[in-house]
Design a protein. Structure first.
Length: 256
């Protein structure tokens, strides 16, 4: 319990200090574009009502979940296939390096041509950015599995499926989870970016509407909510990480 409390204090200490510094540094602000934090927090409760959560926040989370899940499924499946097939790896490596170098936001107009302006477009934009860290980390993780482990599996005649499930995926899982963590941050960014184009709901849409109507405290409250959402998702992913890779973290702790 003491260790958990200490970790909680360490995790929340710096954000609390930064929040306090922001509060006192902006207390006397008379700028229209940079209002005091007290005005932003006061606007927070008035702006983000249950109706706005239903109309804007939940659609954003739903799109992010759909795009992230699709990216994870496709990225891991393709990454295992490419990583396990030498000729396919050498064939696709230049294409993968080129594709991941293209910034996903510049693809938004192209995706709109094919997917329209509905939820399909927004999910596709999220997938276009999230899939690369998962795919490339999966490929790297699969190719980094120790040959001795693969030879041992072959000696015991485990077969391809059992070797994949018992040797390859566990060995590659730390890299795969790392890619998934990177993709989550990218997904939040692309969720907002996609909702700034021809949207009728979502956090990105709401923030842009506040900016266009010069509701500056409400705009800042949306940015603050977005940061809190990102922090909450990161915390949830840490729980997932600890659950999936508990053996890996235990091994690392013993090595230290």
């Amino acid at each position: 319990m003491v260790t958990l409390a200490r970790k909680a204090l360490l995790s929340l200490g710096l954000p609390a200090v930064l929040f306090a510094l922001w509060w006192f540094a902006s207390a006397g602000s008379t700028s229209f574009y940079f209002p005091p934090l007290s005005a932003i927090t006061a606007e927070f409760g008035e702006t983000w009502t249950p109706e706005r959560w239903r109309d804007d926040v939940l659609p954003s989370i739903t799109r992010l979940a759909a795009g992230y899940t699709a990216s994870a499924a496709a990225g891991i499946a393709l990454g295992v296939l490419i990583g396990r097939t030498r000729w396919l790896f050498h064939l696709t490596e230049p294409v993968l390096e080129f594709a991941r170098a293209v910034p996903p936001p510049v693809l938004v107009p192209v995706i709109m041509l094919f997917a329209g302006i509905g939820d399909a477009m927004k999910i596709a934009v999220i997938v276009s950015g999230c899939i690369w860290p998962i795919l490339l980390n999966t490929v790297a993780g699969v190719r980094s599995v120790e040959p001795v482990q693969l030879d041992t599996a072959a000696a015991f005649r485990l077969g391809r499926t059992r070797t994949l499930l018992a040797v390859v995926l566990p060995g590659a899982s730390p890299r795969i989870v790392t890619g998934m963590r990177q993709a989550l941050a990218i997904g939040v960014i692309l969720m907002v970016v996609s909702e700034m184009f021809a949207a009728q709901s979502g956090l990105g849409f709401a923030i842009v509407q506040f900016q266009r109507s010069y509701a500056i405290p409400a705009m800042w409250s949306g940015i603050l909510l977005l940061g809190c959402l990102g922090a909450a998702l990161a915390a949830l992913f840490t729980v997932f990480d600890r659950a999936v890779l508990h053996w890996y973290h235990h091994q690392r702790a013993e090595e230290v």
